[in-house]
Write a protein that binds this ligand. Sequence first.
Ligand SMILES: [Zn+2]
Length: 149
Amino acid sequence: MAKKDKIDRKNWNKKIREKLIEQAKKAQKHSYSPYSRYPVGAAVLGESGRIYTGCNVENASFGLSMCAERTAIFKAVSAGEKKIRDICVVAKSATPCGACRQVILEFAAKDANVICVDWQPLEKKKEKVTLIKVSKLLLKPFDPSQAGL
Ligand SMILES: [Zn+2]
């Protein structure tokens, strides 16, 4: 019985990962990136089980641009989610930037996965998926609880 449960859980995790990748790819299509031409999509799984997506949104005043990961996380939080179970980012050589890593650390469960998908829709290459544990995202990150916040 226990062995069967383990297999089911593994399949469930694979299904969730595939769903997040599919949703992140859909979100990537909405990227507004006329300046960098670097479309990024993201999808996060909230603790409720709902999935929230985001894409990068650039602005002619570059400092106002927003990454796909933070767009998705802020959508989840503004919908009432308190914790992120997993997050997926899709782009060519996708991996979250430093600012997004700090935001991910604040909202993600300690055992959450960051699913990085190296994929560019215009290239005909097969996607490459890399998993990073949230705990490995930043070396000595800013910790609000240590700062008394
Ligand atoms: Zn970022």
